[in-house]
Design a protein around this ligand. Structure first.
Ligand code: COA
Ligand code: ZN
Length: 318
């Protein structure tokens, strides 16, 4: 059976979008419930300035106290050297370093030019990166809330730039605003995977569902060869420094879509729906996603049934 790796990002992108502080205890319970769904990877918090995002101030505490299965791969987001140092001090083995392809979003998000962010990364990674796994996230790879559509050449230039610094990593291509269309996603990933993808360089897709294109975009990425896709349970999420951006594509919608296409996620769908309800409870008015609006019995009964009895080449649908 074909497979896709879902990365659950509600405990970072989801939580960071919530203004009112979510008690650490609640965060831990949700992280544990999400882990119990069998999701293979999770982004748990970030080490960023607590003045920029107060919600993330307890990341070290969440990491320390959450009881997680040994099989779960986790990472945290960092925007600078200090974040990298704090992550290492917290015992983290994998980080996601973020910068934006567009100048104005990078300024808004991390108060640096893209050049400065690359220089910061190069210096910090050479000194501190040893032994760490790297996911390098390129925010606003499709669209910038201030500049509009991002030229593909700018994304490619950023990919080439990071590959000059690190030769083994995952590059997360992010649709920060959710404005990408499936042909845009398919086109950019086809180029990136063909020209830069290898055993050492993998691409992943981080999408938002602002315009209801999140699932279609994830499928387009898959069809272009991407096998690592981010989602946030209950569709929570959004960069506080990207005006108009709402939640990530809901993990449960992605899981339903992929399993329905005969592409395995390894996730227990019933448990995921329960965990997504817990995520929704922290910020009901900000939650989204479609699958949880269907009666639970119907969603579970029809889960993946489209693939039963189909010939493998149809079921794989790659
Ligand atoms: N973790 C914790 N604290 C940090 C930090 C980090 N990674 N980086 C900086 N700080 C602290 C500094 O120690 C300093 O504290 P002080 O005022 O008590 O001395 C303060 O934050 C300001 O530091 P400075 O280096 O001047 O940063 P800045 O004000 O220019 O802000 C960032 C730059 C990158 C730290 C900030 O914009 C940020 O955290 N952005 C992250 C945004 C984000 O998470 N977006 C969503 C995810 S894409
Ligand atoms: Zn995001």
């Amino acid at each position: 059976m074909s497979q896709v790796t879902i990365v659950e990002v509600a405990p970072r992108d989801g939580f960071q979008s919530v203004k009112e502080f979510i008690p650490t205890e609640t965060k831990i319970k949700i992280v544990e419930a999400l882990a119990a769904t069998g999701v293979p990877r999770m982004e748990i918090g970030s080490f960023v300035s607590p003045k920029a995002i107060p919600q993330m101030a307890d990341t070290a505490e969440v990491l320390k106290r959450a009881r997680l299965p040994a099989t779960l791969r986790t990472h945290v987001l960092v925007p600078n050297r200090k974040g990298l140092e704090l992550a290492k001090a917290a015992g983290v083995k994998e980080v996601c370093w973020v910068l934006s392809v567009s100048e104005s979003h990078n300024q808004s998000n991390v108060r640096r030019s893209v050049d400065q962010s690359f220089a910061d990364f190069e210096e910090a990674w050479k000194e501190q990166g040893e032994g760490l796994k790297l996911r390098f996230a390129l925010a606003t790879s499709f669209d910038c809330p201030f500049e509009g559509r991002t030229p593909e050449a700018r994304v490619i230039a950023c990919v080439e730039r990071v590959l000059k610094i690190v030769d083994e990593l995952e590059i997360s291509i992010a649709d920060t605003t959710g404005r990408a269309a499936p042909n845009h996603v398919r086109g950019l990933f086809s180029t990136l995977v063909r020209n830069y993808g290898s055993d050492k360089v993998q691409f992943s897709f981080h999408g938002h569902d602002t315009y209801n294109l999140g699932v279609a975009n994830a499928i387009a990425a898959y069809e272009a060869g991407v096998r690592i896709i981010d989602g946030a349970a209950a569709g929570l999420g959004g960069c506080p420094f990207a005006p108009g951006a709402t939640g990530n594509t809901a993990t449960e919608d992605l899981v339903f879509a992929f399993e329905h296409m005969g592409i395995s996620t390894g996730i227990d769908f019933a448990k995921l729906l329960e965990a997504a309800d817990m995520v929704q409870a922290v910020a009901p008015s900000q939650a989204g996603g479609r699958v949880r609006t269907v009666s639970r019995q119907r969603a579970l009964a029809g889960f993946g049934e489209n693939t039963r009895g189909l010939p493998p080449e149809v079921a794989a649908c790659a």
